[in-house]
Ligand binder design. Structure first.
Ligand SMILES: C[S@@+](CC[C@H](N)C(=O)[O-])C[C@H]1O[C@@H](n2cnc3c(N)ncnc32)[C@H](O)[C@@H]1O
Length: 241
């Protein structure tokens, strides 16, 4: 990557991602914001987890662990929550409370390894080819960078830790300037507030679908990228290093 696209360094926000806020995250963010502001279909995200989680999985930015811990067992007869096939889960997050909460929720159901680490800092503390799936939902719009091209480390590191057969799933909210959020009044108002300097909630004003496509294509050979409300959603295979 050219030097002018050097990746930034994120500042933790433990007041926002506090144990108290994480308890209401599911209701306020997943329940209300996803539906009313971002127009994101939670069922579709849950389906991506159900179809793509590998026995050894990396979850980037779990917050309250909602989608990961609710993932149904795609092979089980009753669709019981949480795939029993999951053996080892790596959780990577900038803030300590999501790691602690998600690890506690996962309990004894898998071996859980936590990494307090910035998604933009290379290398991630995982070996090459070490996980079968990586999920990164609604993390990149929280990470600083003048555009999604400046967040390229997140894509190159996901490609590095996945083997040839691995899959990278995720979504990120596109900035208010992107044509896909332009007609969504509530999304634009909230994004303006969350992007206000000093708040350290969102950093996605210039995040555009065209750059998301470019970053995924740079690091994966087989990319499905679609728009869902204000978000770009992807399933990427065939990591390129
Ligand atoms: C908006 S929540 C998304 C939660 C969850 N993935 C979902 O889709 O509901 C953002 C999560 O990413 C974490 N996070 C924010 N910036 C990060 C960064 N630079 N590196 C790693 N994790 C980060 C937050 O602590 C939080 O757990």
């Amino acid at each position: 990557m050219p030097e002018h696209l050097s990746t930034g360094v994120s500042t933790p926000n433990p007041r926002l991602y506090s144990p108290r806020n994480l308890k209401r995250y599911r209701h306020l963010v997943v329940g209300l914001s996803h539906r009313l502001a971002w127009k994101v279909d939670n069922t579709r995200i849950a389906d991506l987890y159900a179809h793509h989680l590998a026995p050894t999985h990396l979850e980037v930015g779990p917050a309250d662990g909602h989608f990961l811990t609710q993932a149904p067992n795609p092979t089980g007869p009753g669709g019981e929550p949480f795939p029993p096939s999951l053996r080892q889960i790596h959780l990577l997050d900038l803030n300590p409370a999501p790691l602690a909460r998600c690890a506690r929720l996962l309990g004894e159901r898998a071996q859980v390894i936590t990494h307090e680490h910035d998604v933009l800092t290379s290398p991630w503390p995982l070996a090459d080819d070490s996980v079968g799936s990586v999920a990164m939902f609604h993390v990149l719009h929280c990470a600083p960078g003048a555009s999604l091209r400046h967040k390229h480390t997140a894509f190159s590191e996901a490609a590095r830790v996945l083997p040839e057969t691995g899959v990278f799933i995720g979504s990120t909210l596109l900035g208010a300037e992107d044509v896909h959020t332009h007609n969504n009044w509530l999304a634009r108002r909230l994004q303006a507030a969350y992007n206000r300097p000093g708040r350290n909630i969102f950093h996605n004003t210039q995040d555009r679908l065209v750059d998301l496509r470019a970053m995924l294509d740079l690091h994966f050979t087989d990319v499905e990228l679609t728009v869902m409300g204000a978000a770009g959603v992807w399933v990427a295979r065939g990591p390129i290093r």
